[in-house]
Design a protein around this ligand. Structure first.
Ligand code: GAR
Length: 219
C-alpha cells in the first residue's frame, strides 16, 4: 500500500498482488457479481479481488453469489446485538479479519457506526442509485422519479459518517423515460452502475488514488 498524506491510501500497483476487497451486501448482489466477474475474467490484470462478503441478513442472493464463487461470507444481524455500537464493532472486526485494501458497500442498507468508520474511513466506498448530492438515502430512485427529473444516474463515492455525503469518485447518467416506474428505472441505473463500480474500483486498485478535500483523483 502506498500512502498519500492528504487523505487516502491506495493499493500500490507495483506490489503485484491484487487489492483485497471486502464487499457488503443486503440484497440481490448484482454489483457484487460484477466485481466477482471482473476478477474472474480478467485475473490479476483487473487489480482487485473479492476476498470476503458480509451481510446484515441471511438468505439473500448476494450471499449465494459469494458462496457460488467460493468467497467466504459473514453475517451480522442488527437484531442479534444488544446495541448498535455492539453490532458495529462485530461488523468491523469481521471485515478487518480479511485485511481489506478497500471495503465496498454494494447495496448494503445499514448505516455503519463510529468503529467501522475509524477502521475503514478513506477506503470505504459506497455505490448509490442517484446523482449525489441529489436524492441521498434509501430511496434514491423513487425520490428522483417523484421529483420529476429527466436525468438521474448513479454515484460511486467514499462513505463518510453522514449518509451519501463523501467525496465523489465516479458518476454515470441515465435518462428517465416518461413511462418509467421505480423498478424499470432502477434496472437501467444498475446496468450503468455495475460498469461504473467495476471500472472505478479497478482503476483505484491498479493506479492508486488520492483525495484533496472533496476531489478524488485517480491518475
Ligand atoms: C444498487 O442500485 C445500489 O446503488 C443500491 O442498492 C442497489 C443494490 O443492488 N443502494 C442503495 O440504494 C443505498 N442507498 P444489487 O444488490 O443488485 O447490487
Amino acid at each position: 500500500m502506498a500512502s498519500a498524506s492528504a487523505a487516502s491510501e491506495a493499493a500500490d500497483p507495483s506490489a503485484g498482488s491484487p487489492a483485497r476487497l471486502v464487499v457488503l451486501v443486503s440484497g440481490s448482489g448484482s454489483n457484487l457479481q460484477a466485481l466477482l466477474d471482473a476478477a474472474r475474467e480478467r485475473g490479476d490484470a483487473y487489480g482487485a479481488k473479492v476476498v470476503a462478503v458480509g451481510a446484515d441478513r441471511n438468505d439473500i442472493e448476494g450471499l449465494r453469489r459469494a458462496e457460488r464463487a467460493g468467497v467466504p461470507t459473514f453475517v451480522h444481524r442488527l437484531r442479534d446485538y444488544a446495541t448498535r455500537p455492539d453490532w458495529d464493532a462485530a461488523l468491523t472486526e469481521s471485515v478487518a479479519a480479511h485485511r481489506p485494501d478497500l471495503v465496498v458497500s454494494a447495496g448494503f442498507m445499514k448505516i455503519v457506526g463510529a468503529s467501522f468508520m475509524a477502521a475503514f474511513g478513506g477506503r470505504f466506498i459506497n455505490t448509490h442509485p442517484a446523482l449525489l448530492p441529489s436524492f441521498p438515502g434509501a430511496h434514491g430512485v423513487r425520490d428522483a422519479l417523484a421529483h420529476g427529473v429527466k436525468v438521474t444516474g448513479c454515484t460511486v463515492h467514499f462513505a463518510e459518517a453522514e449518509v451519501d455525503s463523501g467525496p465523489i469518485i465516479a458518476q454515470g447518467a441515465v435518462a428517465v423515460h416518461d413511462d418509467d416506474d421505480e423498478d424499470t428505472l432502477h434496472q437501467r441505473i444498475k446496468e450503468v452502475e455495475r460498469g461504473l463500480l467495476v471500472d472505478a474500483v479497478g482503476r483505484m486498485a491498479r493506479d492508486g488514488y488520492r483525495t484533496e478535500g472533496r476531489k478524488v483523483y485517480i491518475p
